[in-house]
Design a binder for this molecule. Sequence first.
Ligand SMILES: O=C(O)c1ccccc1NCC(=O)[C@H](O)[C@H](O)COP(=O)(O)O
Length: 207
Amino acid sequence: MRTRVKICGFTRVDDAVAAAKLGVDAIGLVFYSASPRHVSITQAQAIVRALPAFTTVVGLFVDEHETMIRDILAQVPLDCLQFHGDEPPAACRLYGRPYLKALRIKPGMDVAELAASYHDATGLLLDAYHDGAKGGTGQCFDWDLIPAQLPLPVILAGGLEPGNVETALIAVRPYALDVSSGVESAKGVKDPAKMAAFITAVNNFKI
Ligand SMILES: O=C(O)c1ccccc1NCC(=O)[C@H](O)[C@H](O)COP(=O)(O)O
């Protein structure tokens, strides 16, 4: 089965449409005001409206208030929610929507135990831990910290770019890859050539 690709942090309609034309499986919209890739509801609506059928739209939140998430859900047709903060399982289940739980990996974490507590998530997104930022850092983490067996599909994130796709796929064998900085020319501005190179590297990977 081909490894799925999610590209996160779109702020511009044209970039998202270009990604969809390249065959990306999912696009991520960041509803976290501290992120340089944060989108307003109006921006998000414009991006979603422009996308062709069968492109999954993931809305990303970091320890957001329930009322704010419900307000966004009422106005933007999101297919899936991504919780990228310290949300407990009950907070992820409030909306009756498919969700991904992001874990920011650092030594000493019990990844398997955490994964089990989010058993109803549709995927576990494993990202790099960083003291000063919640995500989109462009930094890899030590993939040896990923347990061999996890109960959920693994979406590998953190410092991926076209040049390390093959190494990541060989080392981790994830269900999907997630990338943001590695396909950008500036924060929130995706580079069509880098997106194409990333997706080509995934498509060219043979076990
Ligand atoms: O992208 C952001 O700015 C961001 C901010 C706060 C929390 C999460 C954020 N992004 C989450 C993602 O899914 C990124 O794609 C993931 O962190 C990987 O980013 P990168 O290392 O830049 O490829």
